[in-house]
Design a protein around this ligand. Sequence first.
Ligand code: TPP
Ligand code: MG
Length: 367
Amino acid sequence: MAKRRPTVREPRGQHGPAGEDAATDGGQRREFYRRMVFIRRFEERAARAYTQAEIGGYCHLNLGEEATVVGLMSALEQTDYLFTNYREHGYALARGVAAGRVMAELYGRRDGVSKGWGGSMHLFDGNARLLGGYGIVGGQLPLATGAALAIDYRGGDEAVACVMGDGTTNIGAFHESLNIAALWNLPVVYVVVNNGLGMGTTVEKASGEPELHRKAASYRMSSARVDGNDPVAVREAMLSALASARSGRPFLLEAVSSRLKGHSVVDPAKYRTREEVEALRTSDPVAALAFRLRDEGELTDEAIAEIDAEATSAVAAAVAFAEASPAPSVDTLFDYTYATPVPNDSRRLPGQPLFEPAPLPRIGADR
Ligand SMILES: Cc1ncc(C[n+]2csc(CCOP(=O)(O)OP(=O)(O)O)c2C)c(N)n1
Ligand SMILES: [Mg+2]
């Protein structure tokens, strides 16, 4: 078989959507702060709705990862594709999906971004090129790699961002995906959000190479590590990673971040020491950026309070939208499993028999 040659692409413009107020450095940080506060308030509200049993299934939050989420998403072009794990509410919001549609999906309602059938872990929006939310650890990696291969086949100039957690770098699909992307020069950036934990297990306990970005070396892939609490640094690092991917050199970017709460809403995170909890309080990226902007004279206390109030009321509107949306009809349960008709697609509802039992011959009956 002929060896695949790298597709050479021109690096594209380096300015993803960063908002109206982003012309200056201070303006960009203000805009990032607004987006981070919005995610913070959205997630806190989602946690409340979950404990009130308005949201079912699992619910994993981006609390503590807001700077990483916002910095990463600001670097993507609108035509780029995004795959993430189940901790993806913030990504959908930062990608521009309407907050009401995200909240309605968490509530399992018809106007949700996945029509109410996906829930928290399976947000999907083709228009925003958000191709999921995946609940299987590492499930998104082969799919993202395949999407990058599709772009390469078509000769497109889009890139794929494939976001995962630290624990995911120990899964077989991680190594298979990086290997094939490196061999075939695919336009993909693998982003490891290193929040220090996979459920309750630390990176040091789970990974033979705890400096996760160095795992790329096995595949001669370029990589970098960035402070995930600094949205501007994350954006810059992601822009370089994307430029590399677009020119046919896939990239592994590790953003060192933290998870402020438990693995999911129901996890009390008892495995954390008091010192860790205290350290988290002082490294909170939302508070840190607020202090910085205030010290630099970019935001007054009043402006900070106003941003908070705006976020809180937008989130309240999202909840109202979700609450007003009806539950999806059971008739549509199977409508979105496959994009095209599949011959052996089972449409069996819970409780329905697998097949009709064949009649048994009766003893003594005529043959
Ligand atoms: C294949 C598979 N194994 C185990 C699980 C259970 N599980 C869910 S999340 C998780 C930890 C993943 O940690 P990480 O990749 O660091 O992501 P984070 O939750 O920190 O964002 C595990 C083990 C799963 N969902 N899928
Ligand atoms: Mg993790």
